[in-house]
Write a protein that binds this ligand. Structure first.
Ligand code: SF4
Length: 246
């Protein structure tokens, strides 16, 4: 169980999750206006393959591989017309190439058999594809404009906990907690905002609370002092609720 910053938020008088979430989203959106998926793709099929390849590797590495891969494999049929070993060689640099090649070929087969070769939009359909778990399905659905959940990766998990938006450690429970507070129109961009804030400011080992736009809304800020907690807590809470921007 993660340390409960939900309780710490109450102790510091920062306001409830539902009161803090709108200013959190708005400030992050202003701070990271360029936050978007780092994978490069030109079609739903390329998106699906890119996300499947991104397991256990970096987006930069995937982009390097797919730059050539997508010139050779343009339709679901293309992935099935080569021997599996050839596809394995073509995606070797992304790691776990045997499992990934098998999952991609299985997915292409199901796409052709059940979906006329078209990537489905619903989570329920996407998770029926071989090797497509909830996180992958959430990313694909959100990028196609049909967000039905909230992507939880390592950054989203860490920041959601630090910001006191969840007490959970399990990604499924974290997603459920976030769905309760994050406004639905923000479900697709919220993970990107947390991911980019995690990379640029709220590092796992050394968060830069001094320059963080969420500092006065964050129960795990390193800047909070005992004096602030006791004397200024109510004023900070009022400021947090009445202000959506610094
Ligand atoms: S105040 Fe510090 S811990 Fe909180 S989100 Fe910002 S950088 Fe992270």
């Amino acid at each position: 169980m993660a340390r409960s910053y939900v309780r710490e938020a109450r102790r510091r008088g920062l306001g409830r999750r539902r009161e803090r979430i709108v200013p959190i989203v708005e400030r992050l959106a202003a701070e990271h206006a360029d936050a978007e998926i780092a994978l490069r793709f030109r079609s739903p099929l390329e998106l699906l393959v890119s996300v499947m390849l991104s397991a256990q590797t970096t987006d930069t590495n995937v982009n390097r591989v797919t730059e050539r891969l997508f010139l050779k494999y343009r339709r679901p049929e293309d992935y099935l017309q080569v021997p599996q070993e050839e596809l394995e060689r073509d995606i070797y640099a992304t790691g776990f190439f045997r499992q990934k090649a098998k999952a991609i070929r299985g997915t292409m087969y199901v796409l052709l058999e059940r979906f006329d070769g078209v990537v489905p939009r619903t989570l329920a359909e996407l998770v029926t594809l071989p090797g497509v778990a909830r996180k992958t399905a959430n990313v694909v659905a959100a990028e196609l404009g049909h967000a039905q959940g909230i992507v939880v990766d390592t950054h989203v998990r860490r920041l959601s906990q630090r910001l006191g938006l969840t007490r959970a450690d399990d990604p499924v429970k974290i997603e459920r907690d976030l769905q309760r507070v994050v406004p639905r129109p923000d479900w697709a961009r919220f993970p990107h905002l947390l991911i980019w804030h995690g990379r640029r400011v709220c590092d796992a080992r050394s968060p830069e609370c001094e320059v963080c736009v969420l500092e006065d809304l964050c129960p795990s800020s390193r800047l909070a002092t005992p004096e602030l907690r006791s004397s200024d807590a109510s004023g900070r809470a009022r400021a947090a609720r009445s202000s959506t921007r610094r």
